[in-house]
Design a protein around this ligand. Structure first.
Ligand SMILES: *Cc1c(COP(=O)(O)O)cnc(C)c1O
Length: 423
């Protein structure tokens, strides 16, 4: 019986609880063994911890300025909601093909060809899943097996390393610096490649940095990937949220070879303010798309049927969707500038002017604290909630979301200024 014990790792706290006398030794052994290596190896989302702490203070009646939000603070446009309601009323409440509503897959394929400039995309290359997050997981699941290495540029979105580990893969981090706009060079990518490297995960525009890879940068990185036989997953969920005249091109658009080597992940959450709808999209080469489709038939089946009719309306009514997006972008841009200028006016804080998504990722290292210390003190002392960069693999920085009102930005900046003046 005891031979199982050597395979388990538990925290010191847990050990204390389990051996405190409230649990019999037999229970102790059962509890230690009932979780899988996957469950034992995954870390909970650190961004949610900040959110929980801020919400707790708010519930106590405290006036918290929360910059932790990972979602637009706009409602889904009415015409999308109406299409969904109409579908519900028309009885679109049954299963549909697991990979997505055929008309939606057609519309998405056409959109990839026309607007994202990816050649030859057909409906069969598109898979609609329950959320962009799950699309990422499916993409990794379809190509990464035990022991495969996955190159992840840091700062990274919190979920990528954990998803790779859930598939038995090994995350290999490549650090991008403030000075290079938080983007990795093709040389950095190439030096991380080993015979075990299977996949590179790109995210442009990036969460948490807001950085956008240029076409030239994508071409160079895709060149290395093709030459060295490494697949690419590019998370482009923020592709329509860019500023300062920059556009975020698709990694799959740089050449036909690149398209055949790239899984593009996206979704409706960010561009259409549809986070709660849970609709993710993948555009993948044929063999990978069918593999993902197969996995989906055995796991989630189709993403919610009537939600997909709402998404279809978003794709079919380009004028209305474009107008809603333009309104949102105007507001985001105004807040981005206000926050960017306000942060840089605070001694000790250095912030790059990020060109995409809805995040700024200022450097706080001059204040002489870790990002975790900075964030917990900031919340405790002046009730401002931001996410520590260490969660994204960058301890010198913190993440501000500007998907918050102008008044929160104004008030938050004043409090930050007061807080930072002490150091
Ligand atoms: C929000 C987000 C997603 C996906 O969000 P869903 O709500 O699951 O569609 C994927 N990647 C990044 C980087 C994100 O920030």
């Amino acid at each position: 019986m005891y031979k199982f014990v050597v395979f388990c790792k538990i925290s010191a706290n847990m050990f204390e609880v389990l051996t405190s006398g409230h649990f019999l030794p037999s229970a102790f052994i059962i509890m230690k063994n009932r979780l899988s290596i996957w469950a034992n190896n995954i870390a909970p989302s650190p961004t949610l911890a900040v959110d929980a702490a801020a919400k707790k203070l708010k519930a106590e009646g405290k006036d918290v300025c929360g910059f932790g939000a990972g979602e637009p603070d706009f409602d889904t446009p009415d015409f999308i909601k109406e299409a969904c309601v109409k579908a519900l009323e028309a009885g679109k409440t049954k299963y549909i093909p697991s990979s997505g509503l055929p008309a939606l897959r057609e519309a998405l394929a056409a959109d990839y060809v026309e607007n994202r400039k990816v050649k030859g995309v057909k409906a069969s290359n598109i898979i609609v899943s329950p959320g962009g997050k799950f699309s990422c997981y499916l993409a990794i699941k379809a190509v990464v097996g035990p022991g495969d290495e996955v190159v992840i540029p840091a700062p990274y979105w919190v979920s990528y390393p954990e998803m790779v580990k859930l598939c038995g893969g090994v995350p290999v981090f490549v650090s991008a610096q403030d000075s290079s706009d938080f983007k990795i060079s093709p040389e950095q990518f190439e030096s991380a490649i080993t015979p075990k490297t299977k996949l590179l995960i790109l995210n442009t525009p990036s969460n948490p940095t807001g950085s956008v890879y240029t076409r030239g940068e994508l071409e160079a990185i895709m060149g290395v990937a093709l030459r060295r036989g490494v697949l690419v997953m590019c998370d482009e969920i923020y592709s329509s949220l860019t500023y300062d005249g920059v556009s975020a091109e698709s990694a799959a658009s740089v050449s036909e070879e690149a398209a055949a080597n790239t899984i593009v992940v996206s979704g409706f959450s960010k561009a259409y303010s549809m986070t709660g709808w849970r609709l993710g999209v993948m555009c993948a080469p044929g063999d990978i798309a069918s593999a993902v489709g197969k996995i989906q038939t055995q796991t989630t089946s189709n993403a919610t049927t009537f939600a997909q009719y709402g998404a279809l309306a978003a794709m079919e009514n380009k004028a209305q969707a474009g107008a809603a997006l333009a309104d949102m972008l105007k507001v985001f841009d105004r807040r981005r500038i206000a926050l960017y200028e306000g942060l840089n006016a605070i001694p000790g804080i250095a912030c790059r002017r990020a060109k995409g998504a809805f995040y700024l990722f200022p450097n706080i290292s001059q204040l002489g604290m870790s990002s975790t210390d900075f964030c917990s003190k900031l919340l405790e002392e002046v009730l401002v909630a931001v996410v520590p960069g260490v969660a994204f693999g960058a301890d010198a920085n913190v993440r501000f979301s500007y998907a918050v009102s102008d008044s929160v930005i104004e008030k938050g900046l004043e409090r930050m200024k007061r807080f930072c003046s002490k150091f």
